[in-house]
Design a protein around this ligand. Structure first.
Ligand SMILES: Nc1nc2c(ncn2[C@@H]2O[C@H](COP(=O)(O)OP(=O)(O)OP(=O)(O)O)[C@@H](O)[C@H]2O)c(=O)[nH]1
Ligand SMILES: [Mg+2]
Length: 440
């Protein structure tokens, strides 16, 4: 007869085994549950992941809301490839250093440079840079403006004639002014006229002959840029003088070898960098101008398609908010929604736009609809029916606002000044067709 273990008295083994077994059991039971839940969870999420890979879903979502850069680049590269070489048009008074700039960058013979006292260039000449067979840039050296022998109006016409020719060439204007020359009214007037007619042509202000203001003109050049007070004062004054006319300004001193200055082309790097900065801008502006109907349509559509995905989400949110049967309560929400939609669309078209600016765009585009907005809220007093009307109205308005914003930002991106009348026309039209679409 085996003796029954006395459960109370903790005999080491038996108790442990007894006692421990319970805990162990419950513990292991709990663990097994946990494991089973975790397993089940992992299993489910794996299956879900297999069904709907979140990353890929997230990726798709991002792609859905962003323009396909590759497509854009493809269109732009094609258009760019057809772009003729960019032209840099030099203008300035006689002996200001126009031909010296051409020489410095293209390496042509010094013959084109004058002796410094009488006008030298007699007619417009073109020089390819860096070489004829690889013309990245064409320098057009012109006759000095205000040269007594040459009728300035004739020269201006010639310049305008130049600019009118072959309009599909990107251009940069290089305005040359000597550091100590303040008799530049004529030049400024001419530059103003050119920029009025061709606002899209960026302008580089090149200020030359710096050593004429060195404490001692025979001194060699200091480290670039020269930190002489005299020069900085004169440079600032000239920059202010041509402020509205130039996009960048640079100090240079391009001499002839026999003048014994070192370097001969002082400030050449800075000049090149300024050009390099302006070129893409010039080309970008021209590329957009050049975008033939088809290409700009293609580009516009790519942006528009993505834009519409934003607009759709906001339209749904607006309709939901507007359906709330509390007259006027949702107006601030709707306005906030529409302002952030316009802000996002602005970003999509590469514009950095603050909420207040987005608000400004909303009022420019939708200004004419405020009265109707109030009407929309009033109708909510009609139980049930009112909210439905208000919702479809809000949806149509938000959609139309989005469409018009795309046109607005599209113009900006193309370097064009959006025309409010045209945009409001788009708004009215889009609103009418959207109202049809959202009429339930
Ligand atoms: N030291 C110095 N001399 C310059 C500079 N630019 C031009 N010169 C001198 O000024 C004179 C006139 O230079 P050009 O380059 O022929 O001037 P331009 O504007 O083409 O003159 P036109 O052809 O007459 O309109 C030459 O003797 C040049 O060596 C400069 O930046 N520094
Ligand atoms: Mg010249």
């Amino acid at each position: 007869m085996t003796e029954q273990p006395d459960t109370n008295s903790p005999t080491p083994n038996s108790e442990q085994s007894a006692q421990p077994t319970e805990d162990v059991k419950t513990e292991s039971k709990k663990d097994s549950w946990k494991n089973r839940i975790t397993e089940a969870w992992n299993d489910t999420s794996n299956r879900v992941m297999k069904l709907l890979p979140v990353e890929r879903a997230a990726q798709t979502l991002v792609e859905w809301f962003s323009v396909d850069e590759a497509k854009i680049a493809e269109i732009l590269t094609k258009v760019r490839a057809e772009l003729p070489t960019t032209e840099a048009l030099l203008i300035g008074k006689p002996q200001a250093g126009k031909s010296s700039i051409v020489r410095a960058l293209t390496g042509v013979s010094p013959e084109i440079v004058g002796q410094g006292f009488r006008p030298h260039t007699q007619h417009t000449e073109r020089y390819a840079y860096p070489s004829d067979d690889l013309p990245l840039l064409i320098f057009t050296d012109t006759v000095g403006l205000g040269d007594v022998k040459q009728e300035t109006p004739v020269i201006i016409d010639e310049l305008l004639g130049e600019l009118q020719q072959e309009s599909n060439r990107a251009r940069i204007l290089i305005l040359t002014v000597k550091i100590n020359d303040f008799a530049t009214d004529t030049l400024r007037q001419i530059a103003e006229q050119l920029r009025q007619e061709y606002p899209n042509i960026p302008c580089l202000l090149a200020v030359t002959c710096l050593h004429e203001l060195y404490p001692n003109p025979t001194d060699n050049h200091p480290e670039y840029p020269p930190e002489y007070e005299e020069i900085n004062r004169a440079f600032t004054a000239i920059q202010e003088n041509f402020e509205k006319l130039s996009d960048r300004s640079v100090l240079i001193d391009f001499t002839l070898e026999e003048d014994d200055y070192n370097p001969v082309f002082y400030g050449l790097e800075a000049f090149r960098d300024s050009l390099a900065e302006l070129l893409p801008e010039a080309e970008a502006r021209t590329i957009y101008q050049l975008l033939d109907e088809q290409a700009s349509k293609q580009l516009g559509n790519i942006y528009r398609d993505v834009g519409r995905r934003y607009i759709l989400s906001f339209t749904i949110m607006a309709a939901t908010a507007a359906a709330v049967p509390l007259p006027f309560a949702t107006m601030p929400v709707l306005t906030a929604l529409q302002v952030s939609m316009v802000g996002l669309l602005g970003n999509l078209y590469g514009q950095t736009i603050s909420p207040s600016q987005a608000g400004g765009v909303v009022s420019v585009i939708g200004g004419g609809f405020v009265a109707q907005a109030v009407g929309r809220e009033l109708i909510k007093f009609v139980p049930g029916f009112g909210s439905a009307i208000a919702a479809s109205w809000a949806a149509a308005y938000t959609w139309a606002l989005g469409e018009s914003a795309c046109v607005y930002f599209g113009d900006l991106m193309g370097g064009k000044k959006p025309d409010p009348e045209k945009i409001q026309g788009v708004m009215r039209e889009a609103f009418e067709s959207a109202k049809e679409r959202f009429r339930n």
